[in-house]
Design a protein around this ligand. Structure first.
Ligand SMILES: Nc1ncnc2c1ncn2[C@@H]1O[C@H](COP(=O)(O)OP(=O)(O)OP(=O)(O)O)[C@@H](O)[C@H]1O
Ligand SMILES: [Mg+2]
Length: 437
């Protein structure tokens, strides 16, 4: 159901924005100056995207048909649509307040209060749709309803939702990311273009069969089997302690495997040492980043290339700097001086210095502010669009499954579910357990 997927993606995006606004409101309350450009860009996005596109599509198609099929939905839909109608005025008031605060005519704390009220309303609205309306729509609407709704949401020529409009929304969103202050984003990263179709039929690059691994008497992996095809992005999601990190460490050879087999590019690498696996092209960005704080950024990157011939190192480093300009600026500084998000870029950069044929990423978004999370995922998308094969471990399941071609759900050392990223996102069990919906 494409429309439902689109609506949920929109919600996810809006939720991140609302969380960023909350964070900036808190920053202002603790004395940070007002960032007029950033808030202005957020209001532009909300106005263009939510008011002109997301809401009308819901009103005209999803809600209209749901009213017909399910008369008991009228009360909640009335409330949501009243909210939709009030949206533009609320934004106008916020813009006026922003201007007044910029001129010193309104206290920053008053503005921050108004912003928080707005985001609280936005979040409540999203939750109502996710928890009440969308589940009802799934059961009450008929196939012909979905045909009509999906067609409306996917119509590439639609002036308010088509390809042109989508490109404008992306540009607006990109501006937000660019203008985001240090506390919520690095800024300045270009969004990658996803390839249109997943390489489902591509050849298998990695095949893991029955992998087991133990810590003493505790069996952390109880027979994991999975495959990754060339060019694929595969997400491994699961709760704390499910065994995700253990899986990546066993795969890269730093954690012993007690049973099972690993084939990489047709070769049995089950018994190879970790440095040999790295030479084969399995490179990992570890959990918690683990950059070497006292060493310079350049030296951290060089460490990632220790299995590589010397002559290519400087050239590869320049490529990393093109990808992460902020690292270039700070190349001679100790890595410990970087912010969390920048350290994550460095950890990914260091893994790329090993010229991976398969990149293992362990929780790249962990501990980052919402817009930085967004930015890290943009980096992953860019790598994916360049053809990199990626095995992505994340607790941020929705974001990971969203960019993944396929995913595996891990529970206490066992694979319990697998499917395409979108199948897993729509799976009720996954939504309940990992997406908090
Ligand atoms: N060094 C260790 N010694 C003993 N047990 C460990 C060790 N590391 C992990 N474990 C256990 O192995 C299991 C899997 O842990 P692992 O770190 O692989 O999970 P994870 O899915 O990566 O979790 P998280 O989301 O917290 O990173 C857990 O039960 C954990 O307690
Ligand atoms: Mg882990």
């Amino acid at each position: 159901m494409d429309a439902l997927r689109i609506i949920s993606e929109d919600h996810n995006n809006l939720w991140r924005l609302a969380t960023s606004v909350d964070q900036l409101a808190a920053d202002m309350e603790s004395g940070e100056p007002l960032d007029v450009g950033f808030f202005g860009s957020i209001f532009d996005y909300l106005e263009q995207f939510v008011e002109r596109s997301h809401h009308p599509k819901e009103d005209d198609f999803l809600f209209r048909l749901l009213r017909l099929r399910s008369p008991e939905s009228a009360a909640i839909l009335d409330a949501l649509q009243a909210d939709h109608r009030a949206g533009p005025d609320r934004l106008t008031i916020l813009r006026d307040s922003l201007a007044a605060a910029a001129n010193g005519q309104l206290a920053l704390t008053t503005l921050s209060q108004q912003l928080r009220t707005y985001t609280a309303g936005l979040k409540a609205h999203i939750l109502k749709e996710e928890k009440q309306v969308l589940p009802l729509a799934r059961t009450a609407l008929q196939k012909e309803d979905w045909d009509e709704i999906n067609h409306a949401f996917l119509d590439a020529n639609d002036p308010v939702f088509g390809a042109q409009a989508q490109a404008e929304f992306r540009a607006l969103y990109h501006r937000i990311v660019t203008l985001a202050p240090e506390s919520v984003g690095l800024g300045g990263h270009s969004a990658g273009n996803l390839p249109a179709t997943a390489p489902i039929e591509a050849e298998v690059l990695l095949r893991v069969q029955g992998m087991e691994s133990c810590y003493g008497r505790i069996k952390a992996l109880k027979g994991i089997s999975l495959t990754v095809r060339r060019g694929e992005t595969v997400a491994l999601v699961g709760a704390n302690g499910a065994g995700k990190t253990t899986f990546l460490r066993t795969l890269s050879g730093v954690q012993p495997m007690s049973a099972g087999a690993i084939h990489f590019d047709g070769e049995d690498i089950s018994k190879l040492r970790s440095d040999k696996r790295m030479r084969r092209g399995i490179c990992q960005s570890p959990e918690g980043r683990q950059v070497f704080g006292p060493l310079s950024i350049e030296d951290n990157l060089r460490l990632g290339a220790y299995t590589q011939p010397k002559h290519q190192v400087e050239g590869d480093m320049e490529k990393i700097f093109t990808m992460f300009p902020v690292l270039k600026e700070k190349r001679h500084l100790p890595a410990g001086t970087l912010s969390g998000g920048q350290q994550q870029m460095l950890a990914i950069g260091r893994a790329l210095m090993g010229r991976p044929r398969m990149l293992l990423l362990d929780e790249p978004s962990m501990g980052l502010a919402p817009l930085l999370v967004q930015e890290v995922f943009e980096v992953i998308k860019t790598l994916k669009s360049q053809g990199m094969t990626i095995l992505l471990v994340e607790q941020n399941a929705l974001a990971a499954l969203d960019i993944a071609d396929r995913g595996y759900v891990l529970e206490t050392g066992t694979v319990t579910l697998t499917g395409t990223g979108q199948e897993l996102i729509s799976n009720e069990q996954v939504r309940a357990a990992y997406l908090g919906m």
